[in-house]
Design a binder for this molecule. Structure first.
Ligand SMILES: Cc1cc2nc3c(=O)[nH]c(=O)nc-3n(C[C@H](O)[C@H](O)[C@H](O)COP(=O)(O)OP(=O)(O)OC[C@H]3O[C@@H](n4cnc5c(N)ncnc54)[C@H](O)[C@@H]3O)c2cc1C
Length: 369
């Protein structure tokens, strides 16, 4: 039986561990902190490929495939764990507040419609029919009825439970300090708890992935992009729909919170919430839903999105090294992309199926001499 070692226990590492173990592999995941304690629990949990990706192509295809995988994937996870991860695929609005924004949004609507995606163009009163709490200043919106959101923290909990049930070895509070190298192969990892050996090692360490590639002399920048984000109470503010605008977004959760976000700022590996960051998040969302003025503030936090130079994830084998792959660089969409990443990476590791991963091959950033 192939023995797999995954470095990093965020949404990507845990989803892949679950998938590989379901397909019969022996899997160990090493996490330096708490399961999902970095970007994956910081996220807003939106599942919104049509909002996020700006053109047709492999990235949008990947996002749409993942969105379609979600209901079945969640149903299986919930059946295996007995939990509810609050998946809501009941639509979202991308809103324009003036004619200039409406023009840009219309162009997006046109290519999405032409490509056959299920989107609707709404104006003035029609927008308010979908979301009555929106400001009457909204001039137009794209309504995308099949996108939505999930409670990513509950999803992480379910994945941990499911992995344990599947017999995945979960090692937390353990820092990977190096990769075991042997004549062009990687055969495991050095950690603060000793050496772990594996037939196949996968880097799933989010914003820290670039550091691990550096250990092998490979330079693929994976930059941490901080997202500062907050939650307010939905008491008295019955927001129904995810709302995106040019200055912020609002995601109503089934647990009584509305998540408001988020900054995109670069501060290295710092995860502080700054006063300026929080102010920009609050002032960014208030124009869309003015009744938020009275919302009770609950908490604010920050996470580090793993960004690549071309905005696409890194999926597949690390060229020049046998036994080593990477699943990282998911930037703003790691929650959305987790089921499809797990499926396609497992197809690579188990069935040697590389072709679907080609557009995301890590080798696009460097040549092996
Ligand atoms: C504010 C914010 C909002 C977001 N909203 C959304 C959203 O709405 N929808 C969406 O799809 N995505 C969203 N994202 C993006 C999403 O959160 C990320 O793309 C995703 O979480 C990346 O997952 P990951 O498992 O690769 O990284 P992480 O969750 O960061 O996991 C990597 C793990 O590796 C561990 N690690 C690192 N180095 C070591 C080491 N040396 N040894 C052991 N372990 C190590 C870390 O501790 C960490 O737990 C958001 C992100 C942020 C910050």
């Amino acid at each position: 039986m192939t023995n797999c070692l995954l470095i990093g226990g965020g949404i990507i590492g845990l989803s892949l561990a679950y998938e590989l173990s379901r397909r019969g592999l022996s899997v160990t995941v090493i996490e330096q902190g708490e399961w999902g304690g970095q970007a994956s629990s910081a996220a807003a949990g939106m599942l919104a490929p049509l909002k996020e990706f700006q053109t047709v192509g492999p990235l949008l295809d990947l996002g749409m495939e993942s969105l379609w995988l979600y209901p079945q994937w969640v149903a299986e996870l919930e059946a295996a764990t007995g939990g509810d991860v609050q998946l809501c695929l009941d639509g979202l609005l991308t809103v324009a507040m003036n004619d200039e924004e409406a023009e840009a949004l219309w162009a997006k609507y046109c290519w999405q419609k032409a490509a056959g995606y299920h989107v609707r163009w709404l104006t003035g009163g029609e927008v308010l029919e979908v979301e009555p709490l929106l400001t009457a200043k909204a001039v137009a919106a794209i309504h995308s009825p099949q996108e939505g959101h999930i409670n990513n923290r509950l999803l992480l909990g379910a994945l941990v439970t499911a992995c344990k049930k599947q017999g995945v070895k979960l090692v937390s509070g353990c820092v990977v300090t190096g990769l075991v190298q042997q004549a062009g192969s990687v055969t495991g990892a050095e950690t603060t708890a000793g050496t772990f050996h594996a037939d196949h090692t996968v880097i799933t360490s989010g914003a820290w992935a670039g550091i691990m590639l550096n250990w092998l002399g490979i330079s693929i920048p994976v930059c941490p992009v901080r997202g500062q984000i907050a939650a307010v109470s939905s008491a008295g503010i019955p927001l129904r729909t995810v709302v995106f605008g040019t200055t912020g977004y609002l995601t109503p959760k089934r647990d009584g919170r509305i998540i408001i976000g988020a900054t995109e700022d670069e501060a290295g590996f710092q995860k502080d919430v700054t006063l300026g960051g929080l102010a920009s998040v609050c002032s960014g969302v208030l124009p869309y839903v003015p009744s938020l003025q009275t919302a009770a503030f609950l908490e604010a936090w920050a996470g580090l999105r793993p960004a690549t130079a071309d905005g696409k994830p890194l999926l597949g084998p690390v060229p020049g090294w046998n036994g080593l792959s990477i699943a990282g660089g998911h930037f703003r969409n790691g929650i959305l992309l987790s089921p499809v990443t797990a499926k396609r990476m497992a197809d690579w590791i188990i069935k040697n199926r590389l072709e679907p991963l080609q557009p995301f091959a890590p080798g696009r950033f460097f040549a092996v001499s």
